[in-house]
Design a protein around this ligand. Sequence first.
Ligand code: AMP
Length: 221
Amino acid sequence: MFIVLLGAPGSGKGTISKLLSEKLNIPHISTGDLFRDNLKNETPLGKTAKEYIDKGELVPDEITVKMLVQELEKSSYSGAILDGFPRTEKQAEELDNLLLANNKMVDIVINVEVPFEEIVDRIASRRNCKNCSEIYNIHYNPPKVEGICDACGGELYQREDQKPEVVNNRLEVYKNTSSRLIDYYKDNKKLYQVQAGDSANKTSSDVAEELIKYIKENFKS
Ligand code: AMP
């Protein structure tokens, strides 16, 4: 299956994607993580992407699509939970064409909705593992030992693009691009909208459970 997760930065789509990946046994591909790996390894792609990521802007479509193609080729297009891709209508069209050429298609698009007022606060409380990119929230999902990843013992840190100035820009970019993307998938009748966050009174695990139930009922293998 190919599952696309849409949602604003800080909506929890990264955590939800990881849970879906574990429970459904489908590989998780996060374009944000792929860019960060390239950044960490100081590859030419990482150096180009850094200019955009540090400002909270989107990396150009051609660069992002090329990186995704390489990743999908590694798994022979067998299925993926796509987290953070597509971000533009152009990327969505490219994805459809790519999958079609491999006799595949996007099966379901999940839009994780969290009110914007909640998001800024959520991002400020976020910490990521330097080593395995596990995500924590210092209030709602703290590590057992402060500053240390439960999963691998790596050091936790606050990402540069989780600082307030960059977060505001990322949200602005999201507001300007997301509605066209949502309309694109609404027209294809693939969209499943799910409310998340404190105001919906749901944790990321609750949301993942709800989605798994929906997927199992509607997509029998
Ligand atoms: P994320 O962790 O998904 O919020 O991604 C972090 C940053 O990586 C974004 O703010 C963008 O600069 C870049 N990025 C990730 N995915 C994409 C994408 N599909 N298109 C363009 N830029 C992306």
